[in-house]
Design a protein around this ligand. Structure first.
Ligand code: UGA
Length: 449
C-alpha cells in the first residue's frame, strides 16, 4: 500500500479542491468527497467552483487522465482510499471567537464507520491545538478497524491566488505523526513533492497543529506591525511607505508581509488569530498570545481609518456623495470576500449615506450576493463615473494600470484614497488628483483636472 497510496480528499473548498486536483496531476488516483452535491457536480464536469489562477486547466488535465473523480459517498471513499485527507473549513463560531469544528467532526464521524482496514486519516484543516488527539480517539472508537486507523496532521500553508504553486512546491511539509508507519504513508503520499527537495519537518500531532496557527499569527503580526507604524506616521507627517522600504533592506526583517494599508482579511488570518487567542486562554496561557488581540485591534482600526480618509475628502460628510470603490475581494487574484476589508469599508460608507458603486475584476457576483444594497459597475471607469471620491481597496494589477487622466475625465471631483498603497502619488497629483493614503502625507493635485 505504501508504493502509491490511493488518496481521498474530504472537503472540496479552496484547500481540498486544489489538493485533490494537484495530487491527481502528480500521478495519484484521487477521489474528492464533499457533502455539497452541487459542488461535486461542477467538479465532475470540469468546473472549478471558485476563482483560482491555473486551477481550471489542471482540473481538465486531471479529469482527462482518469485519475480524479468526485463523490458525495463516504462509503465509497472509505473503500477507495489508503490515505484520507481532511480539508474542510474551520470558520469562526457565530457567537464566539473560537473555531467552529463541526465540519471537521462531521468529516471524521461520516468516514469512520466505513473504515474496515488499516488506513491513515490526515488532517489538513486549521484547528485548535489538541483537536487531533481528540479526533484520533474518536476514529479508533468508531472505526470497525479500531487501532488500525491512525491519524496524522499535515497543516496546509497555501495562499489563495498561488494555491497551485504552493501545493506543488510548498516551502515545507509538516508531518505530525504518532508512528513510523504513519510517516511512511505520508512520505509515499507526498513522494513527487519530496522529490523536489522540499524540506519536511516530522513532529508530534500538537506541534504540527501549532505550526499552522503560529505561522498565520506571525504573518498577521507583521502586517499589523507596519500598520501600527502607519498610525505613528500619520501623527507625525512621516511616510510609512518609505519607512517600510527602509526596514525591508534589513534581511532579518525582510519586505514580505510588510505592505502597509487596509490590512488583512480573508477566511484565514482574522479567524485564526482569534481562535488561537481563545484556545490559549482555555489552556491557561492566554497572556502569552494576548498581543494577538492588539494585532486584531490595529487591523480593525485600518478599516475605520480608511473610511475617515474618504469622509475627509468629502469635506466631513459622505451623505449623498458618490463613492467609487475599486475592489471587493480580500486580496487580488481571488474572488473570496470572506472578511474582506474592501467590502467592510464600502458597506460602512453606504451605511453613512454615501452612494457606493463597487467594481472588482473577479468578486462582483460574490459581493452582490452578500451586499445587495451596494451599487455595482462592470469596469473601474464605470464605477468612477461622476464620483466625488475614488477609493482603491484591493490592489488588482489592473487598478495600478489605470490612467489618472482617463479617470479624471469621468469623475466629478479628482480625489482618491489609495487604501493599498498601490498607486504612484506623483502620477495622480500630476493629473490633478488629491491623493490620500494611510500613513502617508497628503498630496495635492498640481494641475486642475
Ligand atoms: C494565508 C497565509 O498566507 C497562508 O500561508 C495560509 O495557508 C492561509 O492563510 C490559510 O490559513 O489557509 P491567504 O488568506 O490566502 O493566506 O492570504 P494572504 O496572502 O496571507 O493575505 C492575507 C491578507 O493580508 C490579505 O487581506 C492581504 O491583503 C493582507 N496583506 C498581506 C496585507 O495587508 N499586507 C501584506 O503585506 C500582506
Amino acid at each position: 500500500m505504501t508504493a502509491r497510496p490511493r488518496l481521498t480528499v474530504i472537503g472540496t473548498g479552496y484547500l481540498g479542491a486544489t489538493h485533490a486536483i494537484c495530487m491527481a496531476v502528480m500521478g495519484f488516483e484521487v477521489l474528492g468527497v464533499d457533502v455539497d452535491a452541487s459542488k461535486i457536480e461542477k467538479l465532475n464536469t470540469g468546473e472549478v467552483p471558485f476563482f483560482e489562477p491555473g486551477l481550471p486547466e489542471l482540473l481538465a488535465k486531471a479529469c482527462e487522465s482518469g485519475r480524479l473523480r468526485f463523490t458525495t459517498d463516504f462509503r465509497e471513499a472509505a473503500a477507495f482510499g489508503d490515505v484520507h485527507f481532511i480539508c474542510v473549513g474551520t470558520p469562526q463560531q457565530a457567537d464566539s471567537e473560537a473555531a467552529d469544528l463541526r465540519y471537521v467532526d462531521a468529516a471524521v464521524t461520516s468516514l469512520a464507520p466505513h473504515l474496515d482496514r488499516r488506513t491513515l486519516v490526515v488532517g489538513k484543516s486549521t484547528v485548535p491545538v489538541g483537536t487531533a488527539a481528540r479526533l484520533a480517539a474518536l476514529l479508533r472508537a468508531s472505526a470497525p478497524a479500531g487501532d488500525q486507523v491512525e491519524l496524522a496532521w499535515n497543516p496546509e500553508f497555501l495562499r489563495e491566488g498561488f494555491a497551485v504553486d504552493d501545493t506543488m512546491k510548498p516551502d515545507r511539509l509538516v508531518f505530525g505523526v504518532t508512528s513510523e508507519w504513519a510517516e511512511e504513508q505520508l512520505r509515499a503520499a507526498f513522494q513527487p513533492v519530496l522529490a523536489q527537495d522540499v524540506p519536511v519537518k516530522v513532529t508530534d500531532l500538537q506541534t504540527a497543529e501549532l505550526v499552522k496557527v503560529a505561522a498565520n499569527s506571525f504573518l498577521a503580526t507583521k502586517i499589523s506591525y507596519i500598520n501600527a507604524m502607519a498610525e505613528v506616521c500619520e501623527a507625525t507627517g512621516a511616510d510609512v511607505h518609505d519607512l517600510a522600504e527602509a526596514l525591508a533592506y534589513d534581511e532579518r526583517i525582510g519586505g514580505k508581509f510588510l505592505r502597509p494599508g487596509l490590512g488583512f482579511g480573508g477566511g484565514c488570518l482574522p479567524k485564526d488569530i482569534r481562535a488561537f487567542a481563545y484556545r490559549a486562554e482555555e489552556l491557561g496561557v492566554g497572556q502569552a498570545v494576548g498581543f494577538l488581540r492588539e494585532i486584531d485591534g490595529i487591523n480593525r482600526r485600518r478599516r475605520a481609518r480608511t473610511v475617515d480618509l474618504v469622509v475627509e475628502l468629502c469635506d466631513g460628510d459622505v451623505a449623498g456623495k458618490r463613492v467609487a470603490a475599486l475592489g471587493a475581494a480580500f486580496k487580488p487574484n481571488s474572488d473570496d470576500i470572506r472578511d474582506a476589508p474592501a467590502l467592510d469599508v464600502a458597506a460602512t460608507l453606504h451605511r453613512m449615506g454615501a452612494e457606493v458603486t463597487v467594481f472588482d475584476p473577479a468578486a462582483l457576483d460574490n459581493a452582490r450576493r452578500v451586499h445587495p444594497e451596494l451599487g455595482y459597475a462592470t469596469s473601474a471607469l464605470g464605477a468612477a463615473r461622476d464620483a466625488d471620491v475614488v477609493v482603491l481597496l484591493t490592489e488588482w494589477n489592473e487598478f495600478r494600470e489605470i490612467s489618472p487622466s482617463a479617470m479624471a475625465a469621468v469623475v466629478r471631483r479628482t480625489k482618491i484614497v489609495d487604501g493599498r498603497h498601490a498607486l504612484v502619488p506623483a502620477h495622480w497629483a500630476a493629473a490633478g488628483w488629491d491623493y490620500r493614503a494611510l500613513g502617508r502625507p497628503s498630496v495635492h493635485g498640481s494641475v486642475p483636472a
